[in-house]
Design a binder for this molecule. Sequence first.
Ligand code: 4NP
Length: 158
Amino acid sequence: MTNHEKAKSVLFVCLGNICRSPTGEGVMQHLVNERGLTSQIMVDSAGTAGYHVGERADRRMREHALRRGFDLKSRARQLTRTDLEQFDLIIAMDGENLRDINRLHPQPTATVKMLSDFLEGEWPVDVPDPYYGGEQGFEEVLDMIEAACPKIIEFLSR
Ligand code: 4NP
């Protein structure tokens, strides 16, 4: 079975595909495994830019994730137009990612949303880019993604 033959597929998208979207992928895959949904939900991530293609997730991001039990295994790849036709759901981490996605494919067949669409309460609209900031930025990425992932599974299960 190829990945897209699974019932549903979700692609997390950020700029570099080394911090935020690998965390989305890792947290979501953990939840999918835990809930016995591996044959039903396929999870991946990509970056709108190609600077880090082939790299593992940022070491700081991996360390913060691992402390919460999430093993980030992704290798960075760049988002393609085909992704926007093959995945069921695309999740942008911030408004700039969303604009870049729309520019790459003005009429995607995928449903395109922002991560914060799945958050209730007092959260920022954008998942802040942690790359040039301090340790707290990596924790905030994890907080937002951990809060959103169960809602994303609910959405995919509808
Ligand atoms: P990400 O973070 O989009 O969450 O992977 C970034 C990683 C690298 C760069 C920017 C953002 N960069 O400019 O190299």
